[in-house]
Design a protein around this ligand. Structure first.
Ligand code: C2E
Ligand code: CA
Ligand code: CA
Ligand code: CA
Length: 275
């Protein structure tokens, strides 16, 4: 038994070593990816249920790695957050998304709100608001066409969060709470935070029938607080129907469209309106 124990310990140590080495390697690779300009954004359309129009897109980052091919954010965002690299990566994302949205408007597409995911570390970085202000000025995008998606976890320091959120909303930028209902949430911050949208966590949409009660409760809660409610992860017609009946405002998911490359989005929008 003792021998076994020692072996286990040894193995545990080796694993830690491997994880550390991998993280270091990943950090180097992510650094290089920024320098080589290997990140790109894809855009997933969002539909306004009542008017059946495209009201927005969510920008989602991808890493087109020379060595590894296309890497999804699930494989690098955590390490980027741990190493702090999420700050420059996130800044690149924000800037690229604003410039792209302005470009689409200048092309004559119907104006849409672009949603950008903001990590907690990026949100609390000392010059975040300053960077955001500069990006809005330089891209010339009207602030109301930008929405920041934050998660409930920023409520860890509710007072600081409220201050930052107030500054952001004063700029005219919109705020959505992403993955709503998934975290350890408190209703207390909802009344304090100046926000515009609640985004129901995908897991509830996935189990639409068993979680029908939760979904309609979130929608009612959102509406009572004057917020619009977005559902994501909509893959089936039945989910669309139930969400529509429950009064949900905006839908996003594979049933409508997968995230699209920037070149493919204009055609999707045009055909959506004329089909
Ligand atoms: P999220 O913000 O909750 O984004 C939604 C995820 O669900 C995206 O995965 C999207 O491609 C996927 N999705 C969309 N429709 C469906 C559907 O109908 N069914 C299913 N099963 N999935 C759907 P993705 O692009 O792999 O992103 C994963 C997560 O990575 C995001 O979750 C977000 O937390 C993070 N992320 C993505 N881009 C960024 C970014 O630019 N900055 C930061 N900080 N995080 C990002
Ligand atoms: Ca999101
Ligand atoms: Ca989400
Ligand atoms: Ca998320």
């Amino acid at each position: 038994a003792k021998r076994q124990g020692k072996n286990n310990y040894q193995q545990y140590n080796d694993n830690i070593q491997t994880i550390t080495n991998n993280n270091l390697k990943m950090e180097t690779l992510l650094h290089r990816a920024l320098e080589r300009d290997e990140f790109l954004l894809v855009y997933q359309p969002q539909i306004d249920i009542k008017t059946n129009t495209i009201c927005g897109v969510e920008a989602l980052v991808r890493w087109n790695s020379k060595e590894q091919g296309m890497v999804s954010p699930g494989e690098f965002i955590t390490i980027a957050e741990e190493t702090g690299l999420i700050v420059p990566i996130g800044e690149w994302v924000l800037k690229t998304a604003c410039l792209q949205n302005k470009k689409w408007q200048d092309m004559g597409l119907p104006p849409m709100v672009i949603s950008v995911n903001i990590s907690i570390r990026q949100f609390y970085h000392s010059n975040f608001v300053e960077k955001l202000t500069t990006i809005l000025q330089e891209s010339k995008l009207e602030p109301r066409y930008l929405q920041l998606e934050i998660t409930e976890s920023i409520a860890m320091d509710a007072e600081a969060a409220v201050n930052i959120l107030r500054t952001i909303t004063h700029l005219g930028v919109q705020i959505a709470i992403d993955d709503f209902g998934k975290g350890y949430s408190s209703l207390n911050y909802l009344k304090q935070f100046p926000i515009n949208h609640l985004k129901i966590d995908q897991s509830f949409v996935k189990d639409i029938y068993s979680d029908k009660g939760i979904i309609s409760t979130i929608i009612t809660l959102g509406h009572n607080l004057n917020l619009k409610v977005i559902a994501e992860g909509v893959e089936k017609c039945e989910q669309w129907d139930l969400l529509a009946t429950s009064g949900c405002d905006i839908l996003q998911g594979y049933y409508i469209s997968k995230p699209l490359n920037r070149e493919d989005l204009p055609a999707f929008i045009t055909t959506y309106y004329y089909k």
